[in-house]
Write a protein that binds this ligand. Structure first.
Ligand code: PNS
Length: 159
């Protein structure tokens, strides 16, 4: 039974596309953990804690959503070796090929199952990387991220 789903990603930062997956996945399970995975050697725009805090603020209306951070191998995240399964969003066929390979590795290593949600076509082009790039050039990012995330990006760019 799917009681606990884990939605992993870099979320640097969380977009409206991610939030759509979070909302839909949280309706399919008792508990959804959004897991910010990070590499301590790789610097993003936001620290893992900042990314987690932005997700917490954007999901405060969803009572069964928790947010956590993890810098190890994904399959070693303790709930995944207990009773949780992974959930990911699929935007494009490129995502599909990459995600399929990761899902196969994760299942081969620790029998961790992955479930996929097809993203809303109205949001499927959104990527954190391109949102940051548009913001750097002064473009309007308000349709791609929520207001708090937009302000946080602007603050980073101005600091
Ligand atoms: O949103 P992203 O950055 O595409 O998410 C990728 C993520 C976090 C799912 C992937 O990089 C990952 O699983 N990272 C943790 C390290 C790991 O387990 N790598 C092997 C994957 S088979």
């Amino acid at each position: 039974m799917t009681q606990h789903l884990v939605y992993p990603g870099s979320f640097d930062p969380v977009t409206r596309g991610h939030l759509d997956v979070i909302t839909r996945a949280s309706a399919l399970c008792e508990k959804l953990t959004v897991l910010v995975t990070y590499n301590p050697q790789k610097q993003g725009m936001f620290s893992a804690e900042e990314r987690a805090s932005l997700i917490r603020r954007a999901t405060r209306h969803l009572p069964n959503v928790a947010v956590d951070t993890w810098s190890g191998l994904l399959v070693d995240y303790p709930p995944l070796t207990e009773d949780a399964h992974l959930v990911k969003g699929l935007r494009t066929t490129t995502d599909f090929e990459y995600e399929m390979q990761m899902a196969q590795f994760n299942r081969a290593m620790k029998q961790v199952e992955s479930l996929f949600l097809v993203t809303d076509p109205a949001l499927s082009y959104i990527s954190s990387t391109l949102v940051k790039e548009i913001a750097k050039y002064g473009g309007d990012i308000s349709s791609f991220v929520v207001e708090e995330v937009e302000s946080a990006i602007r603050e980073k760019l101005n600091s």
